[in-house]
Design a protein around this ligand. Structure first.
Ligand code: P6P
Length: 340
């Protein structure tokens, strides 16, 4: 008995729409294959003669030194999805501008955005890392070759968001707007099988995730929230808190989805001085993860507004991120309002 695969679940959801053509299901399948291939490269990288875990001699648009796996993962996503006729173009953290399909391939109705290897510095230390993807539809009436403007849609327009987590087990977690389901890769059959149906985030938590090395740079609402957590039982929260920081957003947010928690990557004085709105990227990190967290009953905010409602102005723009257990995120939002 194999259990429910991603394809079966997506087909079940597709049947809700009489007009569905199967394109969407097939696109998800192509994304799943790309994630399986990336997972394999991550898992066996050091053993392969290509030694894919080293650093490439290149930088990405973010100015970050790319790992060979960053480049390989990006290539895998492009190759798997460029010829199928389901997407009209793609956008990646690893590419300055949108990716136009080779002219001989048909254009589809979807736009695929992805961070092919989030947390790639964890490859050096055998830490967890993953792939994040987001699917938008082309704007109504759009024809011909897409341009970047077509991608600049708020997160509420996503038709699908998901991530692959390359940890002790390889998992995929995704939503198409009807809740969140988790699948575990069964290496015996090479399929992702439903293992965590209808994931929901507990409303309360005593566990926060933030990089405390930046404490001196935080703005007042964040400092207040974390200080109160650190004050523990004797402090205003009346209970002790725990802290975790995985160095990969997917790993931290997956833990939040699994047992509750609050993940924070706020803006700080150093980022502000650089004119940056945050560290994490809106289109292919914050938006897909926010869609998933909200579909699981959590809250995803910048501290000042719902992430999914941010009107994008550029493909690689960044934003502050506070997401997870609703009662804790709402408290951080309240502190921002009071400070304002
Ligand atoms: P820091 C990984 O580079 C990433 O984009 C997120 O996945 C992760 O949460 C964050 O940056 C880690 O940032 O400043 O702790 O290294």
């Amino acid at each position: 008995m194999i259990g429910t695969t991603i394809t079966e679940l997506i087909i079940e959801e597709q049947r809700r729409f009489a007009s569905a053509t199967g394109d969407f299901t097939s696109l998800i399948n192509d994304v799943v294959i790309a994630c399986k291939a990336i997972g394999s490269a991550v898992r066996y990288g050091k053993l392969s003669d290509a030694d894919v875990l080293g650093s490439a001699d290149t930088e990405n648009v973010q100015g970050e030194t790319q790992k060979k796996l960053d480049v390989i993962s990006n290539e895998l996503f492009l190759r798997r999805n460029e010829f199928t006729g389901h997407v009209a173009a793609m956008a990646s953290e690893e590419m300055d501008s949108i990716y136009h399909l080779p002219h001989q391939y048909p254009r589809g109705k979807y736009l695929l955005l992805f961070d092919p290897l989030d947390g790639s510095t964890n490859t050096d230390v055998n830490g967890a890392l993953g792939t994040i993807f987001s699917i938008l539809r082309r704007p109504e009436g759009a024809t011909g070759e897409p341009d970047e403007a077509e991608f600049l849609q708020s997160g509420v327009n996503q038709v699908c968001a998901g991530y692959a987590l390359y940890g002790p087990s390889t998992m995929m977690v995704l939503t198409t707007g009807f809740g969140v389901n988790g699948f575990t890769l069964d290496p015996r059959i090479g399929e992702f099988v439903l293992s965590h149906p209808r994931i929901t985030v507990p409303q309360d938590t005593s566990e926060f995730a933030i990089n405390a090395a930046y404490t001196r740079l935080w703005e007042a609402p964040i400092k207040r929230y974390i200080d109160e957590c650190l004050a523990g039982k004797e402090g205003p929260r009346g209970r002790d808190f725990n802290m975790r920081w995985a160095g990969a957003m997917i790993a931290d947010v997956h833990r939040v989805l699994s047992r509750g928690g609050i993940f924070l990557y706020p803006i700080d004085s150093k980022l502000r001085a650089k004119g940056s709105a945050g560290k994490l990227r809106l289109m292919y990190e914050a938006n897909p993860m926010s869609f998933i967290v909200e579909q699981a009953g959590g809250v995803a905010s910048t501290g000042l507004q719902r992430i999914l409602e941010i009107p994008p102005e550029s493909l690689h723009q960044r934003c502050p991120v506070v997401m997870g257990s609703s009662n804790e995120v709402e408290r951080v939002v309240a502190y921002h309002r009071e400070a304002a």
